[in-house]
Design a protein around this ligand. Structure first.
Ligand code: AGP
Length: 612
């Protein structure tokens, strides 16, 4: 949701902080701010993009002042408490104005704390929970920032990722986290902290991922890690596996387009070293369960949000069809609040690209509380969900910067397919079937490449529908969740009202909306139920709705009855959603591009929804 960057070192802190914020801007923003120490506290805020803040800083602060800054913190805000205004932008100061704080997360008891502080004479200039926390730290401050932060955080209910600096201690900053990530980058005579490694990777690949209730004193040559009770703790140093270049656009107009076209490579990385042709199974080292333990699992509960929920819906088919395992799908927010029935013989699978989605993280904790085995399927190494689940499989898809998830989704499908294969081979799936599936999985990157080669044709079709105000996506079986995902892609980047429906559902209401200006995308790949969906297409055409199909190449029925057809390679049912969704990603991208939309950072959206 929001982005945090902190720096202490030999270099110009202002420049490093602002460039770090720019790398985080994709996470969602509506305002930004910076605070540096240089003979005193200097703070600047701006509403809008990070560039507005940079323009103000370089206008208001002299080059000499900027060159002398060695310590500072900065923040891009995605409003949760209070509208996006300069007053509400972080950093916030304590009552004395000598402590500055940036914060991600939500302080749930902030109004009680605010009332108590106000009764003691504190005055507030914003509507935010963060300012209350800054004042609370100031109240605890007696010359040592670490103990003040620990004391204040012990009063806090809710989530936080914070960085704080104070005038009295200009050789350090203090950071802490609970539920909102903070990563510490260890450089040469410099230390940089951020809410996301993509702001750090240009400086160092040696990082520490903080755990909940960790607090740390950050100096230029080292880190002193404590817990919230000020007791020393130790955390391992990890290496970031991708470089700064990987986080750049690589010549593509948008991160999203780059990530769509990266899918063959990303999928190769997802598969790499994980197919065991000898055993006709999958090697998933993070799923450290014995065959006996896997055979004893009685049910799989797949959970996630948004695109990851759609992956969960397809995973349900995989586990039931390949592993003969009952499977359920849960929207993570629903799961965490409805007192779900889940037992110790159940495996909960939390799917999350970022590994930081608040509702999915809470669902993980609920499943653990109820004794279930919990595995994570995440892309971000060291993310909170990845670390809290213990078991799990990383996507290895590389950083996904575009807010609309693309390569992570297809990688999620492959990971879930390989998990189902592994479970299946401990149960009823034959060696022959396992081998056939391994061989098909090996083909996936090339199959996706074939879809991407139709980019120009898809762009031409997209141009015909880019003025649509409403759009339906319909499919059956494995292609029903794919239809939901295709609709989500279109709506979130082109702002067209797009709905995904089971093809059989159309006549139960939605068909009332069809007319010549409401196109329908029908997923017609050769999978069970295709003939029925063809019948649904006829129903749409009878209402004059134009139908564009995603169909198996050479499908004469689809070509005969549909206005336009995007042809994809023939695959088994298992892989039909994967090749289909790539076609819809490309379609949505071109529609949004033609509509001049902000594709990488759609309005109102953030890459990682770390608040409820
Ligand atoms: C997908 O295009 C959206 N950006 C959104 O639905 C996303 O999938 C959802 O917020 C879940 O994110 P996660 O996978 O990081 O948990």
């Amino acid at each position: 949701m929001c982005g945090i960057v902190g720096y202490i070192g030999e270099d110009k802190a202002v420049d490093i902080l602002l460039s770090g914020l720019k790398r985080l801007e994709y996470r969602g923003y509506d305002s930004a701010g910076i605070a540096v120490l240089n003979g005193g506290m200097q703070v600047s805020h701006a509403v809008g993009k990070v560039q507005q803040l940079a323009d103000r800083v370089y206008r208001d602060w002299t080059p000499e002042f900027i060159s002398a800054t060695r310590l500072g913190i900065a923040h891009t805000r995605w409003a949760t408490h209070g509208p996006p205004t300069e007053n509400n932008a972080h950093p916030h100061l304590d009552q004395s104005g000598r402590i500055a704080l940036v914060h991600n997360g939500i302080i749930e008891n902030y109004s009680d704390l605010r009332q108590r502080l106000a009764a003691e004479g504190h005055t507030f200039s914003s509507d935010t929970d963060t300012e209350v926390l800054a004042h609370l730290i100031g109240e605890y401050f007696d010359g040592d920032l670490l103990s003040a932060v620990c004391g204040a955080l012990r009063q806090v209910e809710g989530t936080f990722g914070i960085a704080a600096i104070c005038v009295e201690q200009s050789d350090r900053m203090v950071v802490a986290r609970r539920g909102s990530p903070i990563v510490i980058g260890l450089g040469d005579q410099e230390t940089i902290v951020a809410s996301d490694a993509s702001a750090i990777v240009a400086h160092t690949d040696q990082v520490i991922y903080m755990d909940d209730d960790d607090v740390a004193v950050i100096e230029r040559d080292g880190v002193d890690l404590r817990n919230i009770h000020n007791v020393p703790v130790s955390r391992q140093v990890s290496r970031i596996e991708w470089d700064a270049k990987a986080a750049e656009k690589g010549g593509f107009e948008h991160f999203m387009l780059k990530e769509i076209f990266e899918q063959p490579e990303a999928l190769r990385n997802t598969i790499r070293g994980r197919l065991d042709l000898g055993r006709a199974s999958a090697i998933l080292s993070g799923l450290s369960l014995t065959s006996r333990e896997m055979a004893e699992i009685q049910r799989v509960v797949l959970m996630g949000c948004g695109t990851s929920l759609h992956a969960a819906m397809i995973g349900e088919y995989f586990f039931e069809d390949l592993a003969d395992l009952p499977a359920d799908v849960e929207q993570a927010a629903e799961f965490r609040y409805r007192n779900p029935i889940i037992h110790s013989r159940d495996l909960a699978v939390a799917i999350s690209q970022s590994g930081e989605t608040a509702d999915t993280l809470a669902a993980v904790r609920e499943a653990k509380n109820k004794g279930a085995l919990v595995a994570g399927v995440c892309n971000v190494v060291g993310s909170t969900i990845a670390r809290e689940t213990g078991l799990g499989v990383y996507l290895h898809a590389g950083p996904e910067i575009g807010v609309a998830s693309t390569k992570a989704f297809t990688s999620q499908l492959l990971v879930l397919l390989m998990m189902a294969l592994k479970f299946g081979r401990c149960r009823r799936l034959s060696r022959q079937s396992g081998e056939a599936l391994c061989r098909e999985i090996e083909q996936v990157p090339d199959l996706v490449q074939q879809v991407l080669q139709r980019n120009q044709q898809i762009a031409e079709i997209a141009a015909k529908y880019s003025a649509a105000r409403d759009f339906f996506f319909v499919g059956r079986g494995y292609l029903y969740p794919a239809a939901l995902e295709g609709a989500l892609k279109l709506k979130e980047i082109s702002y067209i009202h797009a709905e995904g429906y089971h093809a059989a559902e159309l006549k139960h209401g939605p068909i009332a909306l069809l007319h010549a200006d409401v196109p329908v995308m029908a997923l017609l790949c050769d999978v069970p139920g295709k003939e029925k969906t063809l019948g649904n297409v006829e129903e749409c055409k009878a209402r004059h709705a134009p139908v564009v199909a995603v169909a198996t190449e050479g499908d004469r029925d689809a070509i005969r009855i549909c206005e336009d057809v995007i042809e994809v390679p023939r695959t088994s049912t298992y892989l039909s959603p994967l090749v289909t969704v790539v076609a819809m990603q490309v379609f949505a991208y071109h529609v949004a591009r033609l509509r001049g939309c902000e594709i990488d950072q759609p309005r109102n959206l953030a890459k990682s929804v770390t608040v409820e």
